[in-house]
Design a protein around this ligand. Sequence first.
Ligand SMILES: *[C@@H]1O[C@H](CO)[C@@H](O)[C@H](O)[C@H]1NC(C)=O
Ligand SMILES: *[C@@H]1O[C@H](CO)[C@@H](O)[C@H](O)[C@H]1NC(C)=O
Ligand SMILES: *[C@@H]1O[C@H](CO)[C@@H](O)[C@H](O)[C@H]1NC(C)=O
Ligand SMILES: *[C@@H]1O[C@H](CO)[C@@H](O)[C@H](O)[C@H]1NC(C)=O
Ligand SMILES: *[C@@H]1O[C@H](CO)[C@@H](O)[C@H](O)[C@H]1NC(C)=O
Length: 341
Amino acid sequence: MLIRSCIDKRVLSIFIVIHAISFFILKSIYTKQFANEFNFESTNSFGTNYTAALVDKLKVKPTTFIEWKQRHHITSYLNNNQKVKVYITKNIEWYDVLGPRYRNNEISVKCDVPCIWKERHLDQVDPEELKTVDALFCVNKPNLPKEKAWKGQKLIHFTLEPKTHCQKCHDKNDLFDIRATFDEDSDIPTSYVRANFESWRTQQPFNVTKLSPNSTFISFIASHRTEFQNCQEKDYSTEKLWDPFYLGVVPVIWGAPNTRSYLPHPKSAIFIDDYPNVEALANHLKYLVKNQSAYLEYHTWRTMNFSDGFMKKLYLNVYNLECNVCREIARLRIIEGRTQF
Ligand SMILES: *[C@@H]1O[C@H](CO)[C@@H](O)[C@H](O)[C@H]1NC(C)=O
Ligand SMILES: *[C@@H]1O[C@H](CO)[C@@H](O)[C@H](O)[C@H]1NC(C)=O
Ligand SMILES: *[C@@H]1O[C@H](CO)[C@@H](O)[C@H](O)[C@H]1NC(C)=O
Ligand SMILES: *[C@@H]1O[C@H](CO)[C@@H](O)[C@H](O)[C@H]1NC(C)=O
Ligand SMILES: *[C@@H]1O[C@H](CO)[C@@H](O)[C@H](O)[C@H]1NC(C)=O
């Protein structure tokens, strides 16, 4: 008996030691993986409050594509499956973008943060019901209640219109907590990149030798210069910027000053600003018509990795807006301490 219990104790203690070791190994592997995934320093593996560190990380505004993905990963992880509820205030213009999805429906958004959207006329919503809503989403025209139904409720303003087309869409209204616009500095920067970008890779370059050196397009640029000047706002781009890539042609751009930073590649377009005058630009285009290999240099990006700026625009495009709104509300809930860890 004595021997048996002695063995038992040894076995037991070995068992405990093995378990403890494997626990620490697993924990350190997990911590390291987690740290790698979120680009953390993995020193101080123990004793660090990872939750607090992750919450701190959520307070820093991302700049790169990877940082945005990290923010969303951490948000989803810390949000702990708590549901977000968004009411979109009735506004017909929204339908032009995503179609009449919300009419009388409660939509579960496809998102790593559980989230529902519903469209409502605010003046028809019972005050008690409004208290259950995390955020009110307004498109272009501010259409807001007099006050929030509860302190943590968020008011969101969304527009993809440039100031030149819709000044009132950009009027400062301090009631809003969250802004979603094409501006990278807004809370939820949103682009108009269409999602079929992979087809850009397989698209054959338009055969430019079929153009006459005096083609109408070149003449058009030469004679209509001033019409290109309307929308040079930072970060602004319409779907029109992106469609030429799909068609296998090289866009000639007179756009936002920083457009180059978010194209798939700096040499995927021709920038009017790079030429001292219209004649110089026209001469360059004529040269490209004559020199096939110089022209094809504007298509080599199709086989290369796309730029970080472009990947970010793609990731934060308007078709992912609903989910990105849900994530932003969950993130604010976390950093404001309204989430149980
Ligand atoms: C870790 O940080 C979170 C968030 O700040 C906090 O709620 C929690 O109490 C902390 N845990 C410990 C063990 O300090
Ligand atoms: C473009 O067309 C010309 C003749 O029209 C042909 O010689 C050339 O190979 C074509 N280039 C490409 C890249 O298909
Ligand atoms: C193009 O225009 C130039 C100058 O206007 C003219 O001399 C030339 O013949 C034109 N070429 C063609 C192919 O039309
Ligand atoms: C055509 O373009 C290629 C590539 O840019 C360049 O190396 C070559 O010198 C050009 N040829 C002429 C005749 O300009
Ligand atoms: C292109 O992207 C792949 C996958 O993300 C990466 O492994 C590779 O290093 C990148 N290439 C360049 C030249 O950046």
